[in-house]
Design a protein around this ligand. Sequence first.
Ligand code: GLN
Length: 240
Amino acid sequence: MTFNLHIVHLYPREMNIYGDTGNRLILQKRMEWRNINVRISLVGMGDEVPLDSDIILGGGAQDAMQLAVEKDLKQKMKSLRRLSDDGVVMLMVCGMYQLFGQSFITGSHRRIEGLGILPVETCAGKTRFIGNTVYQTKWGTVVGYENHSGLTQLDDSAVAFGTVIKGAGNNGTDGTEGCIKNNVFGTYSHGPVLSKSPAFADELIRLALARRYDNDNTSLAPLDDRMELRAADVAKLRSR
Ligand code: GLN
């Protein structure tokens, strides 16, 4: 049987710092190595979000870029909400994570209405959190890199993506990192995060296949991840 998955990269030009595009390349490679056919769509300002998306990726950027995409994102709100309700796998990093929440108040006190897909709220704080990060998640240790001043609070109903071992995570105080709802993952981890977190990368692929082919028992052939895990070990030991 042939498997096909469609990866959609949201705002690859506008929202893309600290290697976030790498997440797309990593997923593509990990699929190709298993003979899964991959289609890639780059979705920018004015483009429609494909309704047959299997995995949607979004990256980070500073407040100014978040303001620049605000209006366009509103136009994509209906389809993104529908796709998230429908279990489409999404990975939203930092700036896009904030915009997937209820709202984000920028450093210049502008309120950006979020998509309301993740039950979180963010407000710019006075401290900038910068450096390598390590989080414990259901999918093993996730190693990334953060650079944000936004402080994100989870609503009472929210499920965090992980707990902080090293770094600030959502807000530097409650020990939570990121948020998950349905198959939508929001995280502060740049890096690109999937380069040093292969088990998490595979979980995204597995979830997308399980949904597309309606098979909860989907499993993936193992890959040789020694290099990725070694890179993760090095990053874990680096000072912030
Ligand atoms: N503007 C956001 C912040 O500084 C997002 C930064 C980012 O995506 N790295 O909190």
